[in-house]
Write a protein of this length. Structure first.
Ligand code: KG4
Ligand code: ZN
Length: 804
């Protein structure tokens, strides 16, 4: 900034069909920004394709480079979920790449300000399109001094309801209406008497200028130099939960006794192994027993069954969340709390003595606090006996701090501590990572590293590639050097957020990627800095040789986050972009074990989304010999585990059970075993397993889960071996390798190694940790593309349907 008087900012918003991308100059003495270049244009669903090129254009027009820019402003919505994420992810990439402040701005206010800039004054209602027949309605007062926001929080409403609310205003006759929601719902407004009160169509969207004005009014020029404008902290405004969470919330708001078994299967099975699920009315008696036993010698009274039952009934003003843990068919833990304003008050946490110190309380509290977050809580509080050091230590480790004390509350010399934590709790989901969603402010922009000449030369010789993977439910970042030495490998898994829904929820996956992306990238840069032994400060993106990202296949909303971020980083750090096929990544994971692996060879891909047998004739020359006709192998593991009420993901659970089972106990079908081709079919096997379970339960027999798991695995793996061996014979290759999440299965690894080894075939397996989704495998593909100079243009988009 020019003596803090003049600043230049880039303003981006892709929440609506208007792609806003402009460069503005702000002067302390001037009330309005000077627009140096305006690239705002209508762009339907192509924001991820057009944004970065538009930005390049406006920078040229404004005669600027990132060195002349003092900060990035980005619209946080509300708007289209994917649209908002494209803008925010790109902006995060830009801010990380150029080490610039990132500041979030309300898209709705930016729309009001764009009307203000064209001279509109009076009461203005922005009716932004929220899709599905809904609007984000927002009222503003525009006068000569500026725009005043007349609501506290953004909200979403049925269009008819929003129209009705505005029609009931005493100033309805003077209300001027704008916003892209009019495209769909204009007639509703007309019917309510607003026909003459619409602003001109070209004002219905936010503008770059509107974003800058909003920033100046809400935050002010000085905010740019606050030193704590962390791109990790800027998140979309959604106003609404994902559908899965919405259903979950409805369930939480209901008396839980009415909800059928949480797993959708016979309750007898659900209890066999430690699992966590919402408390049901049928748990009340056992819960009371557990509570009584735990607090037998405590001075305060325990909860009774009728009290638990009344907790499960509906509490409209202070919703409850109660979870229980079962093991071996018995209730061994419970936790619950209620929501009061924006705070979760934890009411009770109990774990049976025999199951303490196994993380049960943490798992239960993770669920309860996640529910509370869904219900809008930002903090959690509880009371605990100060003498109960086990409990206070547990809470402290979750981030709870003492905020008060009630002397002698639990009797003489037994104080109650009042503890409070901010949400999310510090849960040990991924203990290596620093908390990426921490609300505490960290300095940003960060200090630039100082490198000696030798260090700088070493860095440029090693040509580091940073790789990003976000195709499904892992946000992963790795850094590799040109010789294939892995310098960082970070994975932030979201499994806990999806497990309760029995599988990956795409909308939740996309949200989590946006939340953690910057944190995971930072963690990888720090890990690589340590691995390289650099003294002069943390590695920064401009010191890398390239950034690479998974382009597909996968969940489109999840892929888009990684791709948008990588493109922003590429432009701002002035390093080339490389895009990688996720399936090729699974194949290249084998090179982490055997760098000298050379085609031709046969490759089996067995993951959650794919089952393929591939003849790798040369690098990049893949002949897909056969695929599954229906379910993928990993998917089948997941579905079978779900049918058994064992949780998600099913692969690891089933393989653990199978360890002590008899693979010949049950004769499950081996579909397509003798089809004399390389196609697979797994849906019949899944049905056979489910039918078997039902029959056994109906006959009153106890299931042997170990035998069941081992027999199921054998049915899957026999077919895999047979077809792999036939493919090897057909092609005459000497080498065989495996990849994908199911390649982590120890029985499959051992069986293939033994059986193919006996037949003179060299079997190569990826490191066990590099089978499920990770970025090391993406990095391994990318470094070869770097050597060949195979770069992508900055208008690439995610491609959810890519094949090999
Ligand atoms: O490759 P991946 O992480 O994601 C996709 O690209 O699909 O594969 C995930 C799949 C899940 O279905 C999971 O159940 C399975 O891999 N999986 C396993 C094991 N570990 C993960 N399947 C069998 N045995 C395992 N040990
Ligand atoms: Zn995968």
């Amino acid at each position: 900034m020019d003596q803090d008087r003049i600043a230049r900012v880039v303003a981006i918003d892709t929440a609506t069909d208007m792609l806003c991308c402009s460069v503005a100059q702000i002067e302390r003495t001037e009330p309005e920004p000077l627009m140096l270049a305006v690239g705002d244009h209508a762009c339907r669903r192509r924001a991820n394709v057009e944004l970065i090129h538009t930005l390049e254009d406006v920078l040229v027009q404004a005669n600027c480079t990132f060195d002349d820019i003092d900060g990035i402003l980005v619209g946080r919505g509300p708007g289209s979920f994917t649209g908002v994420r494209i803008g925010i992810s790109s902006a995060k990439g830009l801010a990380v790449g150029a080490n610039l402040p990132l500041l979030g701005v309300s898209t709705l206010a930016a729309t009001a300000w764009s009307a203000w800039s064209s001279g509109v004054r009076g009461l203005v209602g922005v009716a932004a399109d929220a899709m599905r027949g809904e609007l984000y309605p927002a009222l503003f007062r525009l006068d000569d001094t500026g725009v005043q926001r007349l609501f506290e929080r953004e909200s979403v409403m049925k269009a008819a309801q929003a129209v009705e609310a505005w029609a009931a205003l005493s100033e309805a006759h003077e209300l001027l209406i704008t916003g892209d929601g009019l495209l769909r719902h204009q007639s509703l407004f007309e019917q309510a008497g607003f026909a003459e009160q619409f602003l001109e169509t070209d004002l219905w969207w936010p503008t770059g200028e509107g974003l800058v004005c909003t920033f100046l009014a809400d935050q002010g020029l000085d905010a740019l130099s606050s030193g704590v404008n962390d791109p990790a902290a800027v998140l979309p405004v959604y106003t609404r939960l994902s559908d899965a969470e919405e259903n979950e919330r409805r369930r939480l708001g209901q008396p839980m006794g009415e909800v059928p078994g949480a797993t959708g299967v016979a309750e007898e099975l659900a209890g066999r192994h430690l699992q966590v699920r919402p408390m049901a009315a049928s748990d009340a008696e056992a819960a009371a027993c557990l509570d009584q036993a735990a607090f037998a010698d405590a001075s305060h009274s325990s909860w009774t069954a009728p009290q638990f039952l009344s907790e499960l009934a509906e509490h409209a003003n202070s919703p409850r969340s109660w979870w229980v843990a079962h093991d071996d068919g018995e209730l061994i833990g419970l936790a619950g709390g209620m929501v009061v304003e924006a705070e979760l008050e934890i009411l009770d946490v109990v774990v049976r003595l025999s199951h303490r110190r196994q993380g049960v309380a943490r798992r239960l509290l993770a669920q309860v606090s996640y529910d509370a977050q869904m219900l809008g809580c930002t903090t959690a509080s509880l009371e605990v006996d100060a003498n109960n050091t086990d409990a206070t230590a547990l809470y402290a480790s979750l981030g709870f701090k003492e905020v008060g004390r009630r002397p002698n509350y639990y009797g003489q010399a037994s104080d109650a501590l009042i503890m409070r934590a901010s949400l999310p709790l510090r849960l040990p989901v991924n203990s290596e990572l620093p908390e990426p969603t921490a609300t505490q402010m960290r300095p940003w922009p960060r200090r630039r590293p100082k490198r000696s000449c030798e260090e700088a030369a070493e860095l440029s010789r090693r040509r580091l590639t940073l790789a990003i993977e976000s195709s499904c439910d892992e946000t992963a970042v790795a850094i590799i050097d040109v010789d294939g030495k892995l310098l960082a490998n970070q994975v932030s898994t979201q499994i806990d957020f999806h497990a309760r829904f029995g599988g990956v929820v795409p909308e939740i996956a996309s949200r989590k990627h946006v939340e953690v992306m910057v944190g995971v990238v930072d963690a990888a840069l720090e890990e690589a800095t340590a691995a390289l032994g650099l003294d002069g400060g943390v590695l920064e993106p401009s010191e890398l040789a390239a950034v690479s990202v998974t382009q597909g296949p996968g969940l489109v909303g999840a892929l888009v986050v990684g791709v948008a971020f990588a493109k922003g980083l590429s432009l701002a750090a002035k390093i080339p972009l490389i895009v990688v096929n996720h399936l090729e990544g699974h194949l290249f994971a084998n090179l982490l074990t055997e760098p000298d692996l050379k085609p031709p060879f046969i490759f089996t891909l067995v993951s959650g989304g794919h089952t393929m047998l591939v003849h790798v004739r040369a690098w990049g020359d893949y002949e897909v010999l056969g695929e599954t006709l229906d379910d993928a192998v990993g998917e089948t593991f997941d579905k079978v585990a779900k049918a058994l009420g064992l949780g998600y993901p099913g692969g690891p659970i089933i393989s653990r059970l199978a360890e002590t089972g008899n693979p010949r106990a049950i004769d499950f079908p081996r579909a397509m075993m003798h089809s004399h081709d390389f196609r697979f079919s797994l849906s019949g096997l899944k049905t056979a397993v489910v039918t078997y379970i039902e029959q056994e339960v109906a006959a009153g027999r106890t299931l042997n889960l170990h035998d069941l798991a081992a027999s199921f695995e054998a049915a899957v793996f026999d077919v895999q071996f047979k077809k792999a061996w036939e493919a090897i014979k057909l092609t005459g290759v000497q080498d065989y390798c495996l990849g994908g999440g199911v390649a982590a299965n120890p029985h499959l690894r051992q069986m293939l190694t033994e059986k193919l080894g006996r037949r003179g075939i060299r079997v190569i397996l990826p490191p066990q940790g590099a089978c499920t989704d990770n970025a090391a495998m993406i990095a391994e593909v990318a470094r070869r593309k770097l050597e060949r100079g195979e770069f992508a243009s900055l208008d690439v988009d995610a491609d959810p349907n890519m094949t090999l």
